[in-house]
Design a protein around this ligand. Structure first.
Ligand SMILES: Nc1ncnc2c1ncn2[C@@H]1O[C@H](COP(=O)(O)OP(=O)(O)OP(=O)(O)O)[C@@H](O)[C@H]1O
Ligand SMILES: [Mg+2]
Length: 342
């Protein structure tokens, strides 16, 4: 009997999910800025907001949605809602999430109890199939605690990015994600659940919100990461520095960090002009200079894209090897049958 162990990668474009089991570790900020920079550099990028909190709208400056359009599209297997060139950003589209997604896990539990129908990952994939060919890159923002949504995204992406903040809570959140990652890749042998996505890869763990001189702390965090996912766990060389007021300005104005960098330069000129005239500036930026943080995101985006394309090559290689293995099994089967009949 030929065993088909060949589990296809699911999405055609490069795809990555940003995960951590804990909140407030930078998932949404990273999703928005990495996809935004990739689009600014000429990629056709799509962000899918799978978080019921729908915070992504703040980072990109669009009106919040209630998530019901995406919820209905997932259940009906139809085209997801789409905001194209979001906020005038050429090449950056968004599938908006929102509070209706809170109901997804309950719906999935009742479907499972009736043991009918597809998994949430399969439903998500069916809906994205309508639009995936328009993109080079798809980035998923995910919620911190909703395992149904986390598992569904892990089922269909090629790679995982895990931001951690230098605190114990976010390291615990990394542990949760490491467990779901293993579950998606290898299934659960005890409960005889097969792997949902054996092509899933860890793109890397990212240190988020670290002080520029906190090398000791950083070493400690790297040590904890190695304890959880092993020494071989890739940790990105790039890191995102701690800059609370810049992060506040960006979200408050719906600007990505590289956009805020330009705005901060402009506002410097305005400030000097106002000072000379003795005018007061209302709603002034807290940020004086966003260049350092903008550079961090540029470095990170570059590193993630390089890593994704390396992983895609590996997958091609793995796909080729799986095909060869399958062929070998078929040949062995045929040989066995010939020997039996001889
Ligand atoms: N470089 C930075 N330095 C300090 N704070 C930052 C930085 N970037 C973002 N923040 C702030 O950190 C907070 C959490 O960020 P974000 O919303 O991206 O995290 P999250 O992991 O998506 O959270 P949730 O799990 O709630 O969705 C936000 O208030 C954001 O403004
Ligand atoms: Mg978020």
């Amino acid at each position: 009997m030929a065993v088909n162990t060949f589990n296809e990668p699911k999405l055609e474009p490069l795809s990555v999910g940003v995960f951590n089991g804990k909140g407030g570790v930078g998932k949404t900020t990273i999703t928005a800025n990495v996809a935004g920079l990739a689009a600014a550099a000429g990629s056709r990028a799509l962000i899918i907001d799978m978080d019921p909190q729908g915070n992504l709208c703040r980072d990109l400056g669009y009106e919040p949605r209630d998530g019901s359009e995406l919820f209905s599209a997932l259940l009906a297997g139809t085209t997801p809602p789409l905001i194209t060139n979001v906020g005038g950003r050429e090449g950056l589209d968004v599938v908006p999430g929102g509070a209706a997604l809170f109901d997804l896990s309950a719906v999935m539990i009742s479907r499972q109890q009736r043991s009918t129908g597809a998994t949430l990952g399969e439903m998500l994939l069916a809906s994205i199939r309508f639009i995936e060919h328009d993109y080079d890159l798809i980035v998923f923002d995910t919620p911190p605690g909703d395992l149904a949504i986390i598992d569904a995204v892990m089922e269909i992406v090629s790679a995982v990015v895990i931001p951690v903040r230098p605190d114990d809570a976010s390291i615990d959140g990394l542990e949760t994600i490491a467990a779901r990652f293993q579950y998606a890749r290898e299934g659960d042998p005890v409960r005889r659940i097969p792997a949902a996505n054996s092509f899933l890869q860890l793109a890397g763990v990212l240190l988020f919100g670290v002080g520029s001189r906190s090398t000791k702390l950083e070493a400690q965090v790297r040590g904890s990461i190695a304890e959880i996912i092993g020494d071989a766990a890739p940790v990105f060389d790039s890191r995102i520095r701690y800059m609370e007021s810049t992060a506040y300005d960006a979200r408050h104005r719906g600007l990505l960090i590289h956009e805020l960098e330009i705005r901060a330069e402009d506002s410097k000129v305005e400030r000097f002009a106002a000072l000379r005239l003795g005018h007061k500036i209302h709603d002034a930026l807290l940020t004086r200079n966003a260049s350092g943080l903008a550079e961090d995101f540029q470095d990170l985006t570059r590193e993630i894209l390089i890593r994704l394309s390396e992983l895609a090559e590996l997958t091609e290689h793995a796909r080729h090897q799986a095909e060869l293995a399958e062929l070998a099994v078929q040949q062995a089967d045929q040989l066995g049958e010939q020997e039996v009949s001889a």
